[in-house]
Structure formats: C-alpha cells, structure tokens
Design a protein around this ligand. Structure first.
Ligand SMILES: [Zn+2]
Ligand SMILES: [Zn+2]
Ligand SMILES: [Zn+2]
Ligand SMILES: [Zn+2]
Length: 484
C-alpha cells in the first residue's frame, strides 16, 4: 500500500482509513470543477452483450465498429490489431482455456464468469512475472477490496460457490493452483466493487474492476463524478473541492427519496449511508421532499400540497388543504397502472411499439392523477416514452416528453450532474431535427456547459457536441441576418 500511497501523493491525493468508513480518498490540494482527480485503467474488464446493448464490442476499447473475431477461441472481438496486441498477454492465456470449452458451455459464459476467469488469469500471470505489477496495478489491491462475506445470505453464497466451480471448469488448473473459496469471495468483491463501463451518453458497455477508483466512497451529494473514456475510468471534480476534502462519487442513481436511496445502498453495497442528505432522514424538509418525489398528489387537482399517511391509516392527508385521499382509490389506480405496465412492457419487448406508446401514455395519464408533478415514477414513464418515440422517429413527441423531464432532473440531481447535461443534449438534438434552431442553441449551450465539467473537452463525444453547437449557432446567426 505504501507504493500506492506514494503514487497518489504525487497526484495530490492521499488514502486515509476512518474507523466508520474504512478506506477513503482525500485531496491534498484544491481541485477546480472539471479537473481530473484520478484516472485508472481496469485491472480486468469485459464487454457486455444483452438486450439493451446487443452488438458485440472490442474486448479492449469497447468500440463496436470494424470488429474481427479472435480466430482461436471465437469468443472475443477486436476492433484493431492495436487493441488485440494490447490485450494479448492476458488474452493468450484466456484464449487457450476458452478454446477447450465445449460449445454448449460457451453459451452460458456470462460476462461475470469471464471477468472472474480473467481475474484468476491475471493473478497467475503476475506471479509468473509475465504481466508486471506497478505502483497502481497489482493483485494486492484486489485483495484489499472489501468483500462483505459476512453480510451475504446462504442462497447467494451457494450461487457464488456454483459460479466458482464453473470458473474452475473453464480454467482446468491443477487443484494446487485453484482456491474455490477465494474465487467465491472474489465474486462477492466484484458485486460491490466492479464498475459498469459506460459510453459518453452513459449507456452501459461492459464491466471493469478498478481497484484504486474503488477506494472512493459514496455520497448522495457527491462532489465528483466517474465517467469512462473507452476503458479508462476518469473521476472529475463536479464542483470546487478544497484541499483536505474526501473525494465522493455516487454508486447508485441518486434520484429518489432518502428511504429509497438508503435501501438500495444497503441491498447492493451493505452499508448504511450517512451522507449529508441521508442524515436528514425523518426531518421535516426530508419528509416533504420524499413525499414530493414518491408520494401522492392532492385529491383537489388545483392544490399542489404534498400528502402524508394519516394516523388512522385511512389514506393520505394533504398537508396544505387538509383533504383526505382515500386509500382504496389510490390502491385502485395503482392496480390499474400495474396491469397496464405488464401489457406495456410485453408490447415493447415483442416489438409492438405503437401499442406500447398507447399503453405508456395511459400509464402517464393515471400517474398524473396519482402522483406529484415531480414524481420519479412519472419521470421514468416519460423516459420510456422518449426512448420509444426516438425509435419511431417521433421527434416532436420525444421533445415534449424530454422537456417535461428536465425540471425533475434539475430537482433530483446536482446542477452539474452528467444526466442533467445529457438530457439537455437530447433536447437540443430533437430541437435541431425539428428545425427550432434557436431553442437548439439554448439547450446545447447548457448541455456543453455541464458536460465539459463532467466529461472534459477532448473526447470524441464532446467534440461532436461542440461541433453540433457551432453548427446550430452558425445557422441561427444566418437566419437572423436573412430576417434583417
Ligand atoms: Zn478496440
Ligand atoms: Zn481468443
Ligand atoms: Zn446518502
Ligand atoms: Zn390539497
């Protein structure tokens, strides 16, 4: 760890250990908004392939263009010989093992199994000195990660043991070289430490283990943000961070009430969040905000009061006008939403998009009767509608839903959060497609202001955004001149 501490000191960071939190990363100088605090290549990583992201990806850089399959194992793809070469030391070992696996078993080779196979391989190659270690890259930093073995229930434990056996079957190493218990423990480490690698628009591409970035703790009010540039994890300051401050990112989507966030963090990461937002739990401001984000609206459609459960448990009382909203009425609408939701997602998964649109619009209508205008559930429904309309090229409808989500985004995320910037970017793209150049310039300007902090300025994604904005500005100017 001394080596790592020294390397971090050189980049104005230091690791401290606090009894209640474990390892923490602190700054040793001021960082300004948009500045890179730390970047790290994955110790091991693997691309994903699922319903949301069905295309194959380069094993090294996650690109999905110009791919060629590895001719020996027929499992991994590369976009270039450069990527293949960079991955070769690790893949040549993995390739040998994968080539021996029979076709049926290959089908059940999930990304998490592959990630574990690669982790075992990399460890072995380090011991054999085929892959060198460095101050920031070594298996000992994987060993230092928390595993939460004592918090895991028996069912989960059994699953990890089964997965460890599958890894063993793929590796086919002699018994002396394999430790099933350690592999099972490593699965639990991956569950709370592996990061989802995303593209610039935060769409998932794969999974990676970044043992140094993993030292950074969570806050529901983070001062930093983690984004990916290809395989590289980059943590940037979202705001001014003074010297001696803990670097904090968010592990989960921070849209939601304190109870919801705390529950998600407890279930996924086994800790009880004590961030400045979470310690407000139960205080009047927090109760109000939770009721606005996840609670019901007043029976009187003109009243914008928030509702709390009444003491007799008959229903929910408006805190502004005192009207009671009957529990039964709420249950009935909720049931209807649930039954339409099932049909809606079925239509969507079977490709009946127009049917799905109708169903989601009905859900939106019911949720408007049920929830507050800033409701997270309502926002999620609208996000789904945006996605479907984009697929149907219904830009006008997509734009109007996009505009409806922005006030909610601005309420639930910090001002310079990437999701806020991306939503403005989406809005700007629709406005541009619909010929509303002036609006597009406004939206893209806000998007660029936010995303240059979270994403930097030099990635292809950001250059595209900047050039779109320039084009829109030029056109707006041209239109203005031709009006004169
Ligand atoms: Zn590549
Ligand atoms: Zn191969
Ligand atoms: Zn929190
Ligand atoms: Zn009311």
């Amino acid at each position: 760890m001394e080596e790592l501490q020294k390397a971090l000191n050189e980049t104005s960071l230091t690791i401290s250990t606090l009894p209640e939190k474990g390892r923490c990363l602190f700054t040793t100088r001021d960082f300004s908004p948009g500045e890179v605090i730390i970047s790290e290549n994955p110790y091991v990583s693997v691309p994903n392939k699922n319903k949301e992201s069905p295309q194959s990806k380069c094993e090294w850089c996650f690109s999905s263009t110009n791919l060629k399959k590895c001719s020996a194992c027929h499992v991994v793809w590369y976009c270039s010989s450069k990527c293949q070469k960079s991955d070769w030391k690790l893949h040549s070992a993995e390739c040998g093992a994968l080539s021996k696996v029979d076709k049926e078993r290959l089908k059940s080779l999930t990304p998490s199994l592959r990630l574990m196979v690669k982790l075992c391989m990399r460890r072995k190659l380090e011991i054999q000195k085929i892959i060198p270690t460095s101050a920031t890259e070594s298996y000992k930093y994987v060993e230092a990660l928390v595993s939460h073995m004592s918090d895991i229930d028996e069912k989960q434990m059994l699953l990890y043991a089964q997965m460890a056996n599958l890894v063993n079957l793929i590796l086919q190493w002699p018994d002396s070289q394999i430790n099933i218990k350690e592999i099972a423990e490593n699965f639990s480490k991956l569950a709370c430490n592996a990061h989802t690698i995303c593209d610039g628009e935060l769409r998932p591409l794969g999974t990676g283990l970044y043992p140094v970035v993993s030292i950074i703790n969570h806050s529901c009010l983070p001062n930093s943000v983690l984004v990916f540039e290809g395989r590289l994890a980059v943590v940037r300051a979202m705001q001014h961070i003074p010297k001696g401050t803990e670097v904090l990112i968010s592990y989960v989507d921070i849209a939601g009430s304190t109870i919801t966030r705390k529950k998600t963090l407890k279930e996924q990461y086994y800790f009880s969040c004590a961030c400045p937002r979470c310690i407000e739990l139960g205080q009047s401001d927090d109760i109000r905000e939770s009721a606005i984000l996840e609670g019901y609206r007043c029976k009187d459609s003109k009243c914008d009061g928030f509702l709390l459960r009444d003491s007799d448990n008959k229903g929910f009382i408006c805190q502004q006008c005192g009207l009671l909203r009957d529990k039964e009425e709420i249950t009935n609408i909720s049931k209807e939403v649930k039954s339409i939701s099932e049909k809606a997602s079925l239509s969507l998964s079977s490709g009946h998009k127009t049917e799905a649109v109708e169903a989601y619009k009905m859900i939106e209508g019911l949720q408007l009767q049920l929830y507050q205008p800033f409701s997270i559930n309502l926002m999620r429904t609208r996000e789904t509608l945006i996605k479907i309309f984009m697929e149907l090229q219904g830009w006008r409808e997509a734009l109007s839903y996009c505009r409806l989500t922005i006030p909610v985004y601005e309420r639930v995320y910090p001002r310079s959060h990437p999701l806020v910037g991306l939503q403005y970017y989406t809005c700007g793209k629709f406005e541009w497609l619909l010929g509303d150049t002036e609006a597009a310039v406004r939206s893209l300007t806000i998007a660029l202001d936010i995303l240059r902090v979270t994403h930097g300025t030099k990635t292809p994604f950001m250059m595209e955004l900047a050039s779109k904005l320039e084009e829109a500005r030029a056109e707006a100017l041209y239109m203005l001149r031709s009006q004169d």
